[in-house]
Design a protein around this ligand. Structure first.
Ligand code: PLP
Length: 398
């Protein structure tokens, strides 16, 4: 039996608590769109676009139907064409790779940094220089690499300094998958302004979330912004004239209106997430369960590293846990939510078998897939709930 005053349950994410605080504003915003009878693109979407451009520091933002759509727009605008290759991480949500395929290109999966689980920029550099990463034997660099797509995993930017240098040296475009990273920074610059184009998701579980599907692309290049505006609307520069194949990837006005209600809160919400992460860190340190050293295999729980250049927005708070699946089951019995992002790396997904990669090829991602566990994380989480989560984990290992 849990001691008294412990929470009866701790959800992984509780959107209702957020809704309770902004209900009137959200309903008024939805009513405003209904009264306007303008449901697709239009003034709400344009206003959101300029607000997101300001927030990220990118000059332009283009609203679209989802984060997946945003990735496709970002890749095509960055010049990715059928027959090209795009380097990306093996450890991300499926859309990071499927968008590359939809652009007609081939994904080249590279392993992740063991400390942060972000795409390993050193390995990417080695690959492009024609050196194989592990056995250091000379190898031909891959052909036709047009872009690199780092993912800012769990809300922490990938090593954008190194990627910027690689982009210059090899004349490839950096396209950010910033789906999990609204408000995140690298050396004081916003995610979304660090590559030539960037994609954000407003899926309901994201830090800034819509009431349905929505996404946005950002860029500092006016030509790419115009291109993405056309692509999201059937490649059409003006109604019923089509210069290229686009698609219906437009954003709904109701989603834009809801997002505009939430936008003024995002900085405070992200700060709350950072405070919760600090509380978790401290409680784990006090519990004696953790170690930050990835070589120290004996600690039952290990925390991921935080890059000093990164402002992490903790879309997820993720630990690496021994006997992860048993721990997850134990937490579920205590009604504590948790999730595995992601249980199977992308290079081992059946749909990518045509690339010819096999188990053992990208060992860091494969090991991470067996160990990662996301714990409850949302702005309205309480300290008592965090304490109960960590105490429960300590109980499991005791
Ligand atoms: C890293 C990453 N990329 C892309 C996406 C796709 O976004 P959406 O679900 O809005 O299409 C997501 C979210 O689901 C994501 O987490």
């Amino acid at each position: 039996m849990p001691p008294q005053n412990t929470p009866a349950s701790v959800p992984l994410l509780d959107l209702r608590r957020q809704y309770d605080g902004i209900r009137e504003e959200v309903l008024a915003a939805i009513a405003r769109v209904c009264d306007s009878q303008s449901f697709i693109l239009g003034p709400e979407v344009e206003a959101l676009e300029s607000e997101i451009a300001d927030l990220t520091g990118a000059a332009f933002a283009v609203g679209c139907a989802s984060g997946t759509e945003a990735l496709w727009l970002a890749l095509v605008a960055a010049g990715v064409k059928p027959g090209d290759s795009v380097i990306t991480t093996a450890f991300s949500f499926f859309a990071s790779a499927s968008a590359i395929v939809r652009a007609g290109a081939k994904p080249i999966f590279v392993d992740v940094d063991p400390e942060t689980l972000n795409l390993d920029a050193v390995l990417v550099g080695q690959l492009l220089r024609g050196r194989q990463s592990r056995d250091r034997q000379p190898a031909k660099p891959p052909e036709g690499v047009r872009a690199i797509l780092p993912v800012h995993l769990y809300g922490q930017c990938a090593d954008m300094e190194r990627f910027a240098r690689i982009a210059q040296e090899f004349e490839v475009a950096i396209v950010e998958d910033a789906a999990q990273a609204i408000g995140a920074e690298w050396n004081g610059r916003g995610a979304g302004s660090l590559g030539v184009t960037a994609a954000f998701s407003f899926y309901p579980t994201k830090n800034l979330s819509a009431y349905g599907d929505a996404g946005i692309v950002t860029t500092t290049c006016p030509r790419m912004a115009e291109h993405m505006r056309r692509l999201r609307n059937h490649g059409s520069p003006r109604r019923y004239y089509h210069d290229e194949f686009g698609w219906n990837g437009r954003m709904d006005a109701i989603q834009a209106a809801v997002l505009r209600v939430k936008l003024p809160y995002i900085a405070a919400w992200n700060r709350s997430r950072q405070q919760h992460a600090a509380t978790y860190d401290q409680l784990f340190a006090e519990s004696g369960l953790t170690s930050r050293n990835s070589n120290e295999g004996s600690a039952p729980v290990r925390l991921l590293s935080r890059s000093p250049q990164a402002t992490h927005v903790f879309h997820q708070y993720v630990i690496r846990a021994q006997r992860r699946d048993e721990l997850r089951q134990f937490l579920a019995e205590r009604k504590i939510g948790s999730e595995v992002y992601y249980p199977l790396p992308l290079h081992l997904q059946p749909v990518f078998s045509y690339l010819g990669l096999k188990a053992g090829d990208l060992p860091v991602a494969e090991k991470a897939a067996q160990e990662v566990l996301a714990l409850p994380m949302f702005p309205e989480l309480t300290e008592a709930e965090i304490r109960w989560v960590v105490e429960s984990i300590a109980k499991f290992y005791s």
